[in-house]
Structure formats: C-alpha cells, structure tokens
Write a protein of this length. Structure first.
Length: 255
C-alpha cells in the first residue's frame, strides 16, 4: 500500500464503513496469499469495462443499453468540447453509434429503459435499479433542509401544483427577476424547488430540450413495470457492492 492509499478516508456505503458492511453481509472469503500480476489485473479491469470488445457490426439500441448496464451508471456531463462525456464513454466501447439510441432509452415513453438519477453524480441508471434509490428518497422526505421556511415550502407546493396541472416543465418556464444567487451554482428559487422534489421522489426528469431538463410527476415518468419495492439496508449494501465490483472488476478487500 502506498503512503497516499494509507492516508485515504475509509470507504462508506449507504452510511456504513467497510467493517460495518462486512458485519452485515458476512466476512469475505479468504484468498490466502495469492497475488496476481499487474498486467492481469489491468486486463481484467479493461475487460469488465467493455474496453477490449471487438466491434463486429454497427451497434444496435440494445448494445447501448448493455454498455450502460455494464458500467453500472453512466455519468451525465453538460460540458463538451468534442462531445459530452456520456457519449464519449459509449463511443469508446461501441465505436460509432447512433446517439438517438441513448436519448430513446432515457426519454422515450414507449422505449424507456434508463432514468436520470443520482449516484456519485447525475447519471443514467438502468430502470431495474430504480428501487435502490428509494431509501435515499424516503430519508429526504423526512426533512426540509434549507427549504424549510414558510416561503420555501409555499414555493415547493406551487411548483409541484403547476407541474401536476400543466405537465412537464423546464426551469426556464418559471419566471424569476431577482438578482444572481451565486457565481457557480446560480440556481433560481424554482430550480432549487424542482431538485428538492426530485430528491424526495415527487418528480423525475422526463426528457430534455436543448439539454435542459424537463421535470414531470414520477408517476407519469416511470413505466408501469418498474419495481418500486423498497429494499432493506442489507439488500442495498449488497447491491452497491456487487454493482461496483462487476463494473470495476478488481478492488482491495478493504474497499
């Protein structure tokens, strides 16, 4: 272990440290003193990420979905020089592909297989994993945080009522003539209310227009077949561990 590794903070999953995770899930199987050459570990990591796959035919929509499922969560980035990060991640694994496939999988009502959610950042996440977002959303519903003032509570209710009545809306659809509220995260009040409602589970991102989010009621976005059974803490921990290991291929036992 390098000096830098030894100084890292302990990894946590769902609020539990590594030792607490193993207490809940059981001790890992010992592999003795076996060691693997760095080249093998590197090849394994590249393989599980889909970066050494031979491309034999033009990618299909199901190939795009499989690539997202393979990496686990596809981070969404608004910035671009050549293309946005999420498109480059897919291109590096699939070669030249139709970017409309990702749009359809995330936003087409008839074809939706992904949703916009939060893991380490804003990501496209397979709908099969939606239920594992529910414990966090339930916890968020127990507190108003910095939206707890009477003024903010009224704003949140007004935003929700308007979307219930008028359908999907962008931040730009809510007027604001006040001063700038920051230099980096210059969110106007309606944007704060919208994200608050997303974090609680009342709203989801239904689509995008010129990459601007459109927000709608969760019940109008989620397909009927989506599993909304809330997992236990143990199930959530196991899911996070297994999903991470499948995506990364290799990690230290301490992680």
């Amino acid at each position: 272990m390098t000096q830098r590794e030894s100084q890292c903070s302990p990894v946590t999953l769902n609020g539990c440290t590594g030792s607490e995770v193993w207490t809940k899930l059981g001790d890992p199987v010992s592999i003795g003193a076996a060691a693997y050459p760095l080249s093998a570990v590197r090849d394994l990591a590249l393989h599980v990420q889909g970066l050494v796959r031979k491309i034999d035919a033009p990618p299909r929509k199901q190939d795009v979905l499989a690539a997202v499922q393979r990496v686990g969560w596809l981070q969404i980035d608004t910035l671009q020089v050549v293309r946005r990060s999420q498109e480059l991640v897919l291109w590096s694994r699939l070669g030249t592909y139709n970017p409309d496939y990702l749009e359809n999988l995330a936003y087409d009502k008839e074809d939706r297989q992904l949703f916009e959610g939060w893991q380490h950042a804003a990501c496209f996440i397979p709908l099969g994993d939606y239920r594992f977002q529910l414990p966090r959303k339930r916890a968020n519903r127990r507190t108003w945080g910095n939206m707890g003032s009477a003024k903010n509570r009224k704003l949140v209710q007004n935003v929700l009522t308007r979307i219930e009545r008028d359908g999907p809306m962008r931040v730009a659809d809510f007027e604001y003539d006040g001063p700038p509220l920051g230099t980096w995260w210059d969110w106007k009040p309606a944007k704060r209310a919208l994200e608050f409602l997303v974090n609680r589970g009342d709203l989801m991102v239904s689509s995008r227009f010129h990459f601007q989010r459109l927000y709608d009621l969760t019940d109008r976005v989620l397909p009927d077949w989506t599993d909304t059974t809330e997992p236990t803490q143990t199930e959530t921990l196991r899911y996070l561990l297994e999903r991470s290991i499948l995506a990364l291929g290799v990690c230290r036992v301490s992680q």
